[in-house]
Design a protein around this ligand. Structure first.
Ligand code: HEM
Length: 156
């Protein structure tokens, strides 16, 4: 016979299972502490204060894992690859990003299954965010400067 109480209860989300808001705040806090001291990543973040960037990442991850949908209410569709386009996300940046995330995930002390699930996602997402294999340069190329570069220096 079906247990009426469990039939009435919606399945719990990953967000709830790992501890909800507090867990995501801790994850992102530790991650951004690493970013703040990272000489490759820190200059990529446009704002003086990393607080607003931390807030955006927290809201995004909470939404992704079944928590509140505040991210989309505030920012619209995530379109993460598009939003990362202005930044020089090469394999080196990805690996630094993942190293800080690894430290942050480890500090959460999740169950092995939750940890593996979260880490698998973060690794795949970080690989998907790479938008250049050019090693040099950080941040957007100023449009005014690039507009004056000839496309074909040999023939122009
Ligand atoms: C692979 C290396 C990555 C680098 C170097 C990187 C760098 C950045 C930078 C510089 C920003 C702008 C800061 C801001 O104003 O919010 C940003 C924003 C953001 N990143 Fe990343 N990121 C990476 C990967 C990821 C991944 C894997 C995710 C998701 C799992 C992610 C989620 C976000 C979100 C949600 C925002 C804010 C988007 C918005 O609403 O404007 N990033 N990232």
């Amino acid at each position: 016979m079906t247990d009426a109480s469990s039939a009435d209860t919606p399945p719990s989300s990953f967000y709830d299972e790992v501890g909800g808001h507090d867990t995501f705040v801790r994850l992102v806090d530790v991650f951004y502490r690493g970013v703040a001291d990272d000489e490759l990543l820190r200059p990529m973040y446009p704002e003086e204060d990393l607080g607003p960037a931390a807030e955006r990442l927290t809201l995004f991850l909470e939404q992704y894992w079944g928590g509140p949908t505040t991210y989309s209410q505030q920012r619209g569709h995530p379109r993460l690859r598009l939003r990362h386009q202005p930044f020089h996300v090469d394999p080196a940046a990805r690996d630094r990003w993942l190293a800080h995330m690894r430290t942050a995930v480890d500090e959460l002390g999740l169950s092995p299954l939750h940890e593996a699930t979260l880490w698998d996602y973060l690794e795949r997402a970080a690989h998907a965010m790479v938008n250049t294999f050019e090693p040099a340069g950080i941040g957007p190329t100023p449009p005014a400067a690039s507009a004056h570069l000839p496309l074909h220096p040999e023939t122009d």
